[in-house]
Ligand binder design. Sequence first.
Ligand code: FMN
Length: 199
Amino acid sequence: MDYTDIVMQRYATKKFDGRMINEAQVLKLLDIIRYSPSAFNLQPWKIKVVTAARIKEKLLPATNSQPQVTTCSHLLVFCANPELEPLIGKVENALNRTAMPKNVIAQYTGLMKGYVAAMSPERRLAFAREQVHIALCNAVNGAKALGFDSCPMGGFNPAAYADLLFLPEHLVPTVLCAIGYAADAPLQKFRFPREEIFF
Ligand SMILES: Cc1cc2nc3c(=O)[nH]c(=O)nc-3n(C[C@H](O)[C@H](O)[C@H](O)COP(=O)(O)O)c2cc1C
């Protein structure tokens, strides 16, 4: 399938058939997600992968009882990580292991540190959330490319998710992506016409 077909044929699946995706395929998808671009390459995301039926059942009421949660194979809980300074340190360390000249690395990391230092806590969270949605986009199209289906989901209670999944305090559940094999059919696509979007 070429990329245009992947994008056109992907749809937000409302119900999955309960089959599990094999782990090798899931790992491929996790790598597609992992390789998503992010500003300054900070990768301010953590993704909890939920497979246990018992946990999915607990999450159902916190997801407006949407059946994707209990019928999917894997539920990916995309969390924003607004603690950006440690991530800058990691990027700096990674760059120091490359052939990039040290003065260029110092200049680049100095720029990042200044940019992040000027951000309010709210802006840090907003920044991390923006990056998370880029990874989400790779998740849904990546799933289709690998031969299975997905549903991006914002209809859930983040505080309840944080409690039920015992998430570390600083992580903010931002969006879900249920993956599996569809047990429904896509509705007719509706998108605004080209001329309404591009100007
Ligand atoms: C951030 C985000 C949150 C969404 N939340 C939900 C959701 O909670 N439940 C759901 O069934 N679909 C959800 N969707 C799917 C959209 O409704 C769907 O992508 C849109 O209607 C276009 O349909 P299509 O993806 O099938 O082309 C969400 C999509 C995005 C991008």
